[in-house]
Design a protein around this ligand. Structure first.
Ligand code: ADP
Length: 405
């Protein structure tokens, strides 16, 4: 490369002058680019003398860093690689023009071409990295925005639900007062019973909305204490007994298959899960069918299986039924009753069950051969509950997207 360096010794000023002229027609701009062009060709000369790209790399890295490269910059063909192409064209032009004086033109062209090719590769690489960085920055900003929106949505749900609870409590209070003032039994009188069942349903939905918000915000409180799963299953059975009797659905609990050891969990929250899944089994099972509850001990876990003979679940929906409001799309099935066959609700029960079990370190999933209201292939819900020997310090919350490890 020494030859190129020596050649530049003699010709550098003319090359710089021609390059400045090629890059700018405006006299004022010429002054601005002249310095940079001079620094570049001197670095090229150094690199040629040393036989490596180090000097050029310094200059080019500085150039890329001083520009804010974006994908739009490159789309407008403002890449530094075009600038390098011009600088190379000017150099080659002058090498060829001076060919009469030198017999090593080919060598000079090849040497300079190699340096320019490496320089262009280097710049293209740096620009690509800058674009990736810029995109990453935009992505981070979008993620932060999504997190803020998600947070405000959860906050909104929590505040709205609290605001709804207060007037509901008032209505419930006045209904009781009106019943006692008129000497009517609110449980048997059809008007009072109607209002009471309506307010009760409303309260359940508001409670579910609050639970979803608390789980989303990882703010649900869990009081871990020793729990026995067969007791919880029995308690859940009692809760849905009236519902199953009304629907003539038999619930068979294979108590002996449920391990007798205790684990640690929040009994109220686990009961809520068991009750929800069991009551869904009743809801989506036709009259006269049977539901079985079985347990099996696995390594460190107990799998409580709730199997029904109901309408089943389409394989495409199996993963989504645990998403919030998953049943909203099927508004035709929505029902004001909790008991009615297929009476769909707001689709919050299973997401809450999943959130509670996951906070316990467990999980829930469903299996079904498909959805068919005539054949009724049935569904099996697996509730995986960890068998803790020691009381957990805190619930298990999934890492939030902004946590770094
Ligand atoms: P919903 O309030 O609609 O019952 P869930 O979150 O409890 O909401 O359930 C979500 C959806 O999962 C239901 O709308 C229903 O389509 C389906 N599903 C839940 N349990 C069963 C079951 N045992 N058999 C068939 N489908 C079920």
């Amino acid at each position: 490369m020494q030859n190129l360096s020596t050649w530049l010794d003699q010709h550098i000023e003319v090359v710089i002058e021609n390059a400045v002229a090629a890059l700018s027609e405006n006299e004022r701009l010429k002054l601005q680019v002249a310095d940079s062009v001079r620094v570049f060709y001197h670095a090229l000369q150094d690199s040629a003398a040393q036989g490596n790209l180090a000097s050029l790399v310094d200059v080019l890295t500085g150039w890329v860093a001083s520009r804010s490269v974006t994908s739009a910059t490159l789309e407008r063909s403002e890449s530094l690689t075009s600038l390098l192409a011009t600088l190379k064209a000017v150099l080659w032009q002058h090498i060829l023009m001076s060919s009469r004086l030198h017999d090593n033109v080919t060598e000079l062209l090849v040497m300079s071409d190699r340096l320019f090719r490496d320089a262009i590769d280097h710049v293209a690489n740096l620009e690509r990295q800058a674009i990736v960085q810029e995109m990453q920055h935009q992505l981070d900003q979008l993620n932060a925005r999504i997190r803020t929106l998600d947070q405000s949505k959860s906050n909104f749900i929590a505040v709205a639900a609290h605001e709804l609870r207060t007037p509901l409590t008032l209505v419930e209070g006045y209904v009781d007062m009106a019943a006692s003032a008129t000497g009517v039994d609110p449980e048997t009188d059809p008007f009072f019973a109607g209002i009471k069942s309506g307010t009760h349903r409303l309260r359940t939905i508001i409670d579910d909305i609050i639970d979803v918000a608390l789980l989303d915000l990882q703010m649900m409180q869990f009081h871990f204490q020793p729990v026995w799963l067969h007791q919880l299953v029995r308690a859940a059975h009692r809760v849905v007994e009236q519902q199953s009797t009304e629907r003539k659905v038999t619930i068979v609990v294979h108590q002996t298959t449920i391990p007798g050891e205790s684990t640690y969990g929040d009994p109220d929250r686990l009961l809520q899960v068991f009750t929800k899944v069991l009551s869904n089994a009743v809801k989506y099972t036709p009259d006269g069918a049977q539901i079985t509850v079985q347990g099996r001990a696995l390594q460190g876990f107990t799998d409580i299986m709730i199997r029904d003979e109901g309408i089943g679940i389409d394989s495409a929906h199996l993963a989504f039924i645990f998403d919030k409001f998953s049943s909203v799309g099927n508004a035709s099935l929505h029902s004001s009753g909790k008991v009615k066959f297929k009476g769909g609700g707001p689709g919050l029960g299973l997401p809450i069950a999943k959130g509670i079990l996951e906070a316990h370190g467990g999980t829930i999933w469903a299996e079904s051969d498909g959805y068919d209201e005539k054949i009724c292939p049935g569904s099996t819900f697996h509730l995986m509950i960890p068998m803790y020997i020691e009381k957990p310090d805190r619930p298990v919350w999934a890492a939030k997207p902004d946590m770094h490890f």
